[in-house]
Structures are given as structure tokens and as C-alpha cells.
Design a protein around this ligand. Structure first.
Ligand code: BTN
Length: 248
């Protein structure tokens, strides 16, 4: 059973970097790092995660999974399920999960998740970073169209503490599920139950110079996304930026 311990900082370059540094120094699984602001917040695909003071929850947790690394992609799906359930429990906000792990409201991104590995004396660790937009007054104009916040989605000022107090136990509980013998299948089932992207969603996927349009057909056992193209072929995706497209 994971026993989380939370360290709070006013400001950090990145909670993921701080968690990775502590993991390399031997910090135990379950150590959580929270910052009031990040000066060099990291997003997926080397993007910057804008992290102004007080406008978001900037959170990372160290995990030291003992199961085979082929199943590690399921950690990000597990974290998405936990973030989804924490938003429901912590601020009564119903959200959608876009594959693999973006949390959306009305197709706009409210929360992003970045899993990174860290080499440590006790073996390879995983740092899961979660960024939740609480308010959006400091969003640059280019984000207004594609991102949202808890404040906008609920119409009230969010309590960071309520969301954090929901997030940590949700992560602990769902990580325990994933560690069970049938945990992988259960996490995929929980993910699909919370995501409109699991089955029958018309999507476009961009991965580098490759673009694919098709309809989602569930997840593989390792969390990869099955997409049926218009010629009826099933493609299995393990990377890429997904967006929804209008059905034709
Ligand atoms: C994404 O691009 O969708 C992932 C964004 C992850 C942002 C969070 S904020 C807390 C943690 N620290 C970081 O530097 N990044 C993650």
C-alpha cells in the first residue's frame, strides 16, 4: 500500500524535476512534491507548461513500480483515472479523458499529465506530474481556445487543498489497483468508463509528420489506442497528439 508524504514549495522550476532529483537521492515511493508556481514547468513533447503563481495545482509523485516495464504506460492511464475522480470528489467537476491522459471539459484541456523516468540507486523510478488549471486569468491568448480551468468549468473559485486532498488518495488507491494481478485490465476498464475517446470517437492523430484519421475501437492490454481507419484497418497507436473531429 502506497503511503504518500507531501512536500510543499512556494516556487520551483518544475515539481517533476524536484521529484526526480529526490528519487535519485533515494526518496521513497509515494513522495509528493507540490509548488505554488513553476518557473520551468514541463509538458509532454518538450512543451512548456505555463504555471503562474496560484493559478494551478502543480504536483508530482514518485513511484517505484515493481511490475514489468512493458506495463508502465498504464501508469499514465491510472493517473488520468485518479485525476478524473479527484476532480469529481474535490470540486464536483465531471470531466472527460482524452487518450492517453489529458483531462478535458467541453473538449478543452483542464489538466495535463507527464510521466518521466528517473535513474536512481534503487533502480528506475517513475515521476508522474499532474498540472490542473485552477484559474485562467493568466492564460496567454493562444491558450484561451484550447484550455479551460476549474474556475471556468464550475463557476466558482476552486480550493487547491480540496483537490489535492482528493488527488493523493485517488492516486494511492488506483496505483494499488494497478499492482494487483488483474490490475492492468481493471485500470483499462476504469479508464474506458470515464473517457468518450475509448470507443466510437472520430479522431485525428498527429505523430511527427504522420497524420491518421479514424474511429477509436478501445484500448490494447498495454493501454495503446486502437483506431479503425476508413478502409476498415485497425491501427494501434502508442504515441501521438489526438484531437476529436466531427463525424462525417
Ligand atoms: C502535458 O503536456 O499535458 C503535461 C503537462 C504536465 C504538467 C505538470 S505540472 C506539475 C508537473 N511538473 C512539471 O514540470 N510538469 C508537470
Amino acid at each position: 500500500m502506497l503511503s504518500p508524504h507531501i512536500l510543499h514549495f512556494d516556487t520551483l522550476p518544475s515539481t517533476n524535476l524536484e521529484a526526480a532529483r529526490r528519487a535519485a537521492e533515494g526518496a521513497a515511493e509515494g513522495l509528493c512534491v507540490v509548488a505554488g508556481e513553476q518557473t520551468a514547468g514541463r509538458g509532454r513533447r518538450e512543451r512548456h507548461w505555463i504555471s503562474p503563481l496560484g493559478a494551478g495545482l502543480y504536483f508530482s509523485i514518485i513511484l517505484r513500480p515493481q511490475f514489468d516495464q512493458s506495463r508502465w504506460p498504464l501508469l499514465t492511464l491510472m493517473a488520468a483515472v485518479a485525476a478524473h475522480d479527484a476532480l469529481l470528489a474535490g470540486c464536483s467537476l465531471a470531466t472527460d479523458i482524452k487518450w492517453p491522459n489529458d483531462i478535458l471539459v467541453a473538449e478543452k484541456k483542464l489538466c495535463g499529465i507527464l510521466a518521466e523516468t528517473a535513474e536512481t540507486p534503487a533502480g528506475r523510478a517513475v515521476v508522474i506530474g499532474i498540472g490542473i488549471n485552477l484559474t485562467q486569468s493568466a492564460f496567454p491568448p493562444e491558450l484561451e481556445m484550447i484550455a479551460t480551468s476549474v474556475e471556468t468549468a464550475t463557476g466558482s473559485t476552486p480550493e487547491l487543498t480540496s483537490i489535492l486532498e482528493a488527488l493523493v488518495p485517488e492516486l494511492a488507491a488506483h496505483y494499488d489497483v494497478l499492482n494487483k494481478p488483474d490490475g492492468a485490465a481493471e485500470i483499462i476498464r476504469l479508464w474506458c468508463a470515464r473517457s468518450s475517446y475509448c470507443e466510437g470517437k472520430r479522431i485525428c492523430v498527429i505523430d511527427g509528420s504522420e497524420t491518421l484519421v479514424g474511429t477509436t475501437r478501445g484500448l490494447e492490454r498495454d493501454g495503446a489506442l486502437r483506431v479503425e481507419t476508413d478502409d476498415g484497418e485497425i491501427q494501434v497507436l502508442r504515441a501521438g497528439d489526438v484531437s476529436s473531429v466531427r463525424p462525417h
